[in-house]
Design a protein around this ligand. Sequence first.
Ligand code: ZN
Length: 298
Amino acid sequence: MSASRDVCVRTVSENGSLGVRAIVATSLVAEAARRHQTSPLATVALGRALMGALLLAAGTKDREQVQLSFEGVGALRGITAIGTSDGDARGFVSHPDVGADDPSLGLDLGKAVAGGTLSVVRSRESWKEPYTGIVVLESGEIAEDIARYLADSEQVPSAIALGVYLGPDASVQAAAGFLAQALPGAEDDEISVLEENAGGLPNPSALVRDGSSAEELCGILLEGLGQRAIRSSAVQFRCDCSVDRARRSASLLGAEEIREIREKNERVEIRCAFCADVYHVSADEIEDASQRPGEDRR
Ligand SMILES: [Zn+2]
């Protein structure tokens, strides 16, 4: 495995009618797995969702954040992933040890999710309200469900693939994906070529494990269609939590609880759900935070 940095790249076909984005996020997904101590099945689920959120957010001029919330009815339950157009991703799964007590699940995400809903929330700084769409989960394999969302809710026909390749020791050896979309004005024969290229592509994580780059994934997808310049940007696992936010969330505790913390001279442990970082805050810090106006965006 190469130590090359994680990237999201994007380009369009020669005549501008087809948009293609590809991502290589091996280190990012390994970092998410390390932070959340995920089982192999949960690593695959979280990794695919994080890359999906980044692919949806990529390339907007106006800063955008995309949140994907998979609410499954199976053993995996929920997957939450946030990606920003700056290339930052964070997220978590409800049951990070899913599959540990049921080896029959293997890496079968469809079985572990087993129906439910996917909600997608897009927000931009210039928008008054976020845009929200919800679709019923049909496959549970993440990529197919995002494609269904894009087709049904945003009316953009898309081909999307997301893969996390695990080694025999369950370490993340490669994580990659692509999103190809027909832009307004795309001709049917161009879309057919793109569909054929996408259909013939092996799992992107296997290609990346064997040495392919994100740029090469775009090249394969746009074969025969020509390609304009590629724009590339770094992606990374990065959370926007802070000790200030941890203090503020602790200030939601009841007065009785805060008094108890003070009497015992304890520090409360606050764990960020998105990145698993832990903050320790005292009663004084909690009370101080509750008296100051919020600086946070949420
Ligand atoms: Zn965090």
